[in-house]
Design a protein around this ligand. Structure first.
Ligand code: SF4
Length: 324
C-alpha cells in the first residue's frame, strides 16, 4: 500500500518571538511521509510536536512564525505560500486536521450536517444539493448513521462527536490528516474504536496520517513509523517495531519505562527526573543532558546529530555514533 513520498519537511524552524525571548519550538526538524503511512509523533508537553503540526498547516499562531526550512507537498513549498493560497490549495484539500479537544470544535448551535456542509460548500465549492449526499456518505464512512446529520452536537456521545470531526477532516479528500491527541478525554473502549477507525481509513483510502500524542501506547497500536521529539528536535525516528523493541536514545528508553505494563512482574513505574528544557535558553550540547542518566562530558559541549542506527532508524545521541 505504501508508495512514494507525499510530504517532505527539511530543516524546519518555527520560533515564537515573545517579550521574554525567542522560543525555538521546532528547531531543525526533517522527515518525510509516504502515501498510506501512519507516522506517530510523541514527546512531552513543549517538545514541539503540536507546533510542527501547525507549521504544516500554516496555522502557527502569533507571535510564532516559520523562520527556516521547507515543507514540500506535491512540488509546493508551503513555507513560501501566503494565507490565501494555503486556504485555496492546501487546507482541507491536501492536509486537514483533527484538532486536540475535537469534541469542543463543533459549534453547539448548528446541526452536524450544517457544519459539514459549510466545509463542502465554502472550501469545496460544492452545491448544497450535492453536499447533502456527500454528508451522508462521509457519516457512513466513519461508522455513523446518516440521521446524525440532523442532530446537534449536545445530542451525541463523545465518541460520536469525535467521528463527526474525523468525517469533517475527510470531507474534501485530503492526502494527509493530522490527528492531534485524537483519543484524549475518551474512555478506553471508545479510544480503541477511534484508533481502529483511523487504521481502517488509512488502509481503505490510502490516507497518510500524522498522529500526535503523548501516549506511546496509542502509537504502538496504530503507527508504522515513530518520531520521538525532545526540546524542539528529533531525538529518535524509525519503524515503530524497531523503536519499541530496541530503543536507542536514552529519552525513548525512559519514556518506554514509564508505560504501565499489564503482564510480567509488577514494578514501580519509572519517571524522568527534571523538567523539559526552557526553549528560550535551551541547554548547550544535547538538550536532554541535564536529565539524561547516561550523560558524559561531551554531551554538554557538543550537539549530537542524528546517527543512523539501523534501516531507516535514526538516533540523536553520542552513544550511537558509528553504530549504523
Ligand atoms: Fe544522553 Fe549524551 Fe545521549 Fe544526550 S547525547 S541522550 S546526554 S548520552
Amino acid at each position: 500500500m505504501l508508495s512514494g513520498k507525499l510530504l517532505e519537511v527539511e530543516d524546519l524552524k518555527t520560533y515564537f518571538y515573545t517579550l521574554r525571548g525567542i522560543v525555538r519550538a521546532v528547531d531543525g526538524v526533517s522527515f518525510s511521509l509516504r502515501k498510506g503511512e501512519i507516522l506517530g509523533i510523541a514527546g512531552e508537553s513543549g517538545s514541539g510536536k503540536s507546533t510542527l503540526a501547525w507549521s504544516i498547516l500554516g496555522l502557527v499562531p502569533p507571535p510564532g512564525r516559520i523562520v527556516g526550512g521547507s515543507i514540500m507537498i506535491d512540488g509546493m513549498d508551503l513555507t513560501k505560500m501566503g494565507e490565501a493560497e494555503l486556504r485555496k490549495r492546501v487546507r482541507w484539500k491536501k492536509v486537514s486536521m483533527v484538532f486536540q479537544g475535537a469534541m469542543n470544535v463543533l459549534t453547539p448551535v448548528y446541526t452536524v450536517g450544517r457544519q459539514i456542509e459549510e466545509v463542502l460548500t465554502i472550501h469545496g465549492r460544492m452545491s448544497r444539493s450535492d453536499a447533502r449526499a456527500r454528508i451522508y456518505e462521509l457519516l457512513e464512512s466513519v461508522g455513523l448513521h446518516r440521521s446524525i446529520a440532523d442532530r446537534y452536537p449536545h445530542e451525541l456521545s463523545g465518541g460520536q462527536k469525535q467521528r463527526v470531526v474525523i468525517a469533517m477532516a475527510l470531507s474534501l479528500e485530503p492526502d494527509i490528516v493530522i490527528a492531534d491527541e485524537p483519543t484524549t478525554a475518551l474512555d478506553v473502549v471508545v479510544q480503541a474504536q477511534i484508533l481502529n477507525l483511523l487504521k481502517k481509513l488509512a488502509w481503505e483510502k490510502n490516507l497518510s496520517i500524522i498522529l500526535i500524542t503523548h501516549d506511546l501506547s496509542v502509537i504502538a497500536e496504530l503507527a508504522e513509523t515513530v518520531m520521538i521529539m525532545y526540546g524542539g528536535k528529533i531525538a529518535e525516528y524509525g519503524p515503530s517495531d524497531r523503536v519499541f523493541s530496541q530503543p536507542k536514545h536514552p529519552y525513548t528508553q525512559a519514556l518506554l519505562r514509564a508505560i504501565p505494563r499489564l503482564r510480567g512482574p509488577i514494578d514501580r513505574l519509572a519517571y524522568i527526573p527534571g523538567t523539559p528544557p526552557d526553549l528560550r535558553n535551551p541547554p548547550t550540547g544535547c538538550r536532554f543532558h541535564p536529565r539524561c542518566p547516561k550523560a558524559f562530558d561531551r554531551c554538554a559541549r557538543e550537539e549530537p546529530p542524528l546517527f543512523r542506527v539501523g534501516e531507516n532508524h535514526l538516533s540523536a545521541c553520542w552513544l550511537n555514533e558509528g553504530e549504523g
